[in-house]
Each structure stands twice: as structure tokens, then as C-alpha cells.
Design a protein around this ligand. Sequence first.
Ligand code: ZN
Ligand code: ZN
Length: 346
Amino acid sequence: MNALVYHGPGQKAWEEKPKPVIKDATDAIIKIYKTTICGTDLHIMKGDVPEVTPGRILGHEGVGIIEEAGSAVSSFKKGDHVLISCITSCGKCDYCRKGMYSHCENGGWILGHLIDGTQAEYVRIPYADTSLYPIPAGADEEALVMLSDILPTGFECGVLNGRVQPGSTVAIIGSGPIGLAALLTAQFYSPAKIIMIDPDDNRLAVAKTFGATHTINNKTENAVDKINSFTNSKGVDTAIEAVGIPATFELCQQIIGAGGVIANIGVHGKSAELHLETLWSKNITITTRLVDTVTTPLLLKTVQSKKLEPNKLITHHFKLSDIINAYETFGHADKEKALKVILTNE
Ligand SMILES: [Zn+2]
Ligand SMILES: [Zn+2]
């Protein structure tokens, strides 16, 4: 088979690799139908994730068809259409029993990280029974690729941790795919105001069409002054950080109102300053989380009922064999006006 293989920082190739085989009875082999590229893959390509070793097949999102199920897999059989979760869960360890699959002692985020991933014609999925989800007949499978990672991430780490309430005011810093996923799922709770903050006017225009009530370009406008004008200087109830740099986390601290929640989603590589001198008396909460994908079944139902339309996030299509060009486009997302790219294994 062919796969996208990481060969160290800045180096990748679409090349021949052995087709994966069942190693444990709980494994399944999936023939990939559609997959995508994540911002995390770009971090890996830069060398920011040193646990990823040369020779690794990247990718942790996708949908496909069961090619072979191990003898202990009871929920799926050959030919079933499945959604692959970015988080592998054994379902049995202490963390899995608490619903904290991201910290599974036998899994967690391993796909395209510690084991070979989904940017390939075939992938081996460990603990298939608890790491795959059945795709309902007639579903838009391409849209469901957005449920492997970005929608549960925006929803769990941003909206649920951020305790978005009816009538509340929410600010989302970062209007990339994850921030937009938080914007889409925040609307389950009918907040009164959703303010998107980003330096890219195109992404802010997209956010408006996705339901943002206000937008702020923090390159050309003073975000704190704008938030004050939108909130009678009270600040926001929920500030969702969807970038992962110190400046945006510090902006959350400047715009959070009394009793508010700062929900971090961003992957931070540097320490950020905590302004306790202004926050100590404000009754605020700061949350962090790695996506557990516990809400995937719920999100599947909202897609089926058209309450959620994840296909809005898809801007570009490529053949899987054209993945090097897809990386080029996704890597220049600003210039290409790219959100999520879909790669189809034809
Ligand atoms: Zn991802
Ligand atoms: Zn586990």
C-alpha cells in the first residue's frame, strides 16, 4: 500500500509501506475511504512533537471500511463503515472507566503519533470495539471526518469545559478549524453573543456565516476595547483559547468577566503569564483538557438530525495519492483560504 511517511522535520514522502496486519485480537484493519490533515500534523512536520520518529505514517482522522476484524472484536465485522476516533481507548483502564479516554493507559492519542496513522490506504486500529464508531446508513461520510478530532475537541475542551449557557457571552480566540468547531457547537446552548477574534479577515468572514454575532480583527483593532464596548465593560462569560500561544491566553485573562471561565484548547509550547494580581478576586475558572471523544456518539446524532453541519468546514478536496499537494495547500491556509482538506482514497 501507499502512505504519507514522516522522515524527520521538514521531510515527508508518499511511498510504499507494508499493508498493516492484525497484531492483537482486539485490532481491526480499516481500508481508508476519506481522511484529512490536522494542524497537529503541521506541528509534527516542524519537529515540534519529538516522540514522532522517522518512518511513522501520519494522520489521526478518517472514515473507512473494515477490511478485517480481529477474533476478539465483537461490535464490527468486515464491510462495516466506521468513523475512526483520534483517541484510542481500551475501555478497561482506570481512566477509560472514568470516561477520560485521552489518558487511556493503553491508548490515548497514539494514531499517527506513536503508531502508524490514517494518511494511508490501510490502517490498524487497536481496541477496535471502543475506538471506532459505526456510521449510520446514508450518512454524509465526508462530513463525519470532522468528528474524528476537531468537533469533539472544540465541543469538549471549549464549549463544555467553558460552561457555555443560554444568554451568555462567549469569546473564541482563533478562527481556525478548531475555533470554528467551537463556534458551531457553542450554538447548541444558544449563547446571546459569540465574538470571534482572529487576525485574518477571511476567517472572520467565515465565522460570521457560521453564526458569530461579532468579530474582532486583533491585528488591526484593540480586542480588549472592542470586548468592553460589546459587554458594557463587564467582560465575557466564557473565553475559549483556540490558538496555543502566550499572547492569546493572556488576552483571555484580559477579557474574562467576573465568574467567567477561560477554557483552553490550544496546544502550548511555551509558558504563558498568569495575571493573578487582576484575577484573584474575579471568581474565574481556568480549564485545560485533551479531547476524550466521549461526545462523539452525541455529535453523530446532531449531524444526522442536521443540527450540526460539519461539511461547512471542508474547503478543499484531493485524491489521497495527491497528499503532498494537499499538505502544501493546508500549510498555506491563509493564502489558500483553506479550513479542512478532504483526501479520498479512490
Ligand atoms: Zn487533529
Ligand atoms: Zn484505557
